[in-house]
Design a protein around this ligand. Structure first.
Ligand code: FO1
Length: 307
């Protein structure tokens, strides 16, 4: 079965590993958010693409949810000696990924080619495609001015007030090669349990992607990143409020209407089912918080079998 996923950070990584336990890697495509991309020490860092790649390579630091397992940070310490910013923790072996990507981009290769090459280098045969080869940057508006996503999330620990979110560059961006065809040719599209505003929102902001989601014959199924009125991880709740979205599965359904067919929600949110039905979204009540590898595979199996 050809499965296409829209993926952000940590929540996506778990479900991707689960899906990879069932689906032939050549039939699995990941469309990754690049709104979080940033430049660190002159290097192009694509956190969400790397999280997906490392997860599928079995190399992800599962505790942290980002970076490589068993990582060291000697270069970071060295950069501190040179007065460089060190709030964004780049690991020593992770640097090899950013150096490879940055060199490819400087040689004129598109991000999609660099991403495919990095995945192949790490033995990943799942197709990982950035949402766009064009720069799109998620900018967080605060009362004191705009921050990049990483400044907001890592440097400021998501503790500052947010008044809005922009996707700079999105109106002029094009979907990367293969994105629209993958969605249109899919037999199942899975929206991972990622932040709808800063992980999935930037993907949807690239012109052409929502049209492909609306046009595909494949069912589009999402897993709620919100359980019991709070985000499973990260700042999704605060960011959803700035968009006027209720912090519940209803907010997720509203963000993805009208192309969302089914939403997997936690038992604690069962009461949302009638309202979701009114929005035209089918509900599947399941154990959606993935606490183990077995759990990741079980949730993925359920999505696949009930498609
Ligand atoms: N997240 C943090 O909370 N602190 C970090 O220092 C940090 C460094 C980092 C380096 C490489 C990378 O690929 C991801 C990294 N992340 C870090 C995670 C990143 O901020 C998030 O995964 C996302 O952008 C949200 O999806």
């Amino acid at each position: 079965m050809r499965v296409v996923t829209l993926a952000g950070g940590t929540g996506a990584a778990k479900l991707l590993r689960g899906l990879a336990a069932h689906v032939d890697p050549r039939d699995l495509t990941v469309i990754g958010n690049t709104g979080d991309d940033t430049e660190v020490w002159g290097l192009h860092v694509s956190p969400d693409l790397d999280t997906a790649t490392y997860a599928l390579a079995g190399m992800l630091d599962v505790e942290r949810g980002w970076g490589l397992a068993g990582e060291t940070f000697e270069c970071l310490r060295g950069m501190a000696n040179h007065g460089a910013d060190t709030w964004f923790n780049l690991g020593d072996r992770d640097l090899a990924t950013h150096l490879t990507r940055t060199r490819a981009l400087r040689e004129g290769q598109p991000l999609s080619r660099a991403t495919a090459r990095i995945a192949a280098d790490l033995g990943v045969s799942v197709r990982i495609i950035p949402m766009s080869d064009d720069p799109v940057r998620t900018m967080i508006r605060t009362p004191a001015g705009r921050l990049t996503f990483q400044e907001y999330f890592v440097r400021e620990k998501a503790l500052v007030d947010v008044v809005g979110v922009d996707y700079d560059g999105a109106p002029a961006a094009h979907p990367a090669p293969g994105v629209v065809d993958a969605i249109r040719g899919a037999e199942l599209v899975v929206v991972c349990p990622s932040n709808p505003v800063t992980s999935v929102g930037p993907i949807l902001a690239v012109p052409g992607i929502v049209d492909a989601l609306a046009a595909t014959a494949a069912p589009v199924v999402a897993v709620s990143p919100i359980v019991g009125g709070a985000a499973v991880s990260g700042p999704a709740a605060a960011l959803m409020r700035t968009r006027g979205l209720p912090v519940s599965p209803l907010g997720i359904a509203r963000a993805y209407a009208p192309w969302l067919r089914r939403l997997l929600i936690d038992r604690r949110d069962e009461a949302c089912a009638p309202e979701l039905a009114r929005l035209g979204v089918e509900t599947d009540v399941a154990d959606i918080i993935m606490t183990s590898r077995a759990h990741e595979a079980a949730l993925a199996g359920r999505i696949l079998e009930r498609r």
